[in-house]
Design a protein around this ligand. Sequence first.
Ligand code: SF4
Length: 237
Amino acid sequence: MTDEFPRPMIELTIDDVPVRVPAGSTLLDAARLAGPDVPVLCYSDHTHANGLCRLCVVEVAGRRGLYAACVTEAQAGMVVHTRSPNVVRARRTILEMLDASVDLSESPELQALLHEYEAEPARFVGAELRQPPLLDDNPFYVRDYAKCVLCWRCVQVCAEDAQFTFALNFGQRGFHTQIDTFFGRPMTETTCVFCGQCVGTCPTGALRGKREFLLAQGVPAGEVLALTRRRKDKKKG
Ligand code: SF4
C-alpha cells in the first residue's frame, strides 16, 4: 500500500550497510531492507508489534541497553548492530530461558534458533517447567499451554489484528500466567467462532487442529474422522 502523503526518507546504517527508509519505519523494517536476518517471535507480518519477546533486540551505537527492533523507530544517522556480542548473548539467554520453562519441541523455528545461537540446554538446569493440562474443550482444536511462549499472537489475531472476536486474553499471574478465555470458560461458551486464525499464527504448536493432534497421537485416520464428526454433531444437537 502506498502512503497518501509520501513520507520523507531518512538514512541510517545497519551492520555497516547504509540504508534509506521512510521516516516512521522501525529498525526491523530497516534491517530487513539492509539484509540481516533479525529473529522475531512475538511479532509476525500479520500482527502489531509489541516488543514482548525481545528476540529482535539490536544495539544502537552511543546508546545504552538493547532495543527491540520491532517497536523502535529508525532515526536518521543511527548506527545499528544486529549481531554484536551483546545482542547475540541476549538472544541466546532469552532462548535458553524459554527452553528451560516451556516445551519447544514442536517449534521448528525456535529449534533452529536454539541451534543457531548455540543455546546451552543445561544453562538453567533445575528451572521449573510450565506444565498446565492440555485443554480439549471443542471439536476443532486443542490448547496445550505447556508449549506456549506467551507471544500474544493468538490473542492479537482473535482481537483487533484480524477477527475482532475477543475470545482470548491472559489468565492467572506470574509463573502461572497463560492464555485463557474470560473467566476460564470452555471455548464453546465464549465468543470464539472457530476461525482457526489463532492456530495458524501460533509459532510453537501450542494450538493444534484436532485432526492433526489426533493423528499425531497415533489415532487411525478413519477413527479421527468419526471422532471429529461425532463431536461436531453433538455440538449442533
Ligand atoms: S498459544 Fe501460541 S500464539 Fe498463543 S501466546 Fe501461546 S505460543 Fe503465542
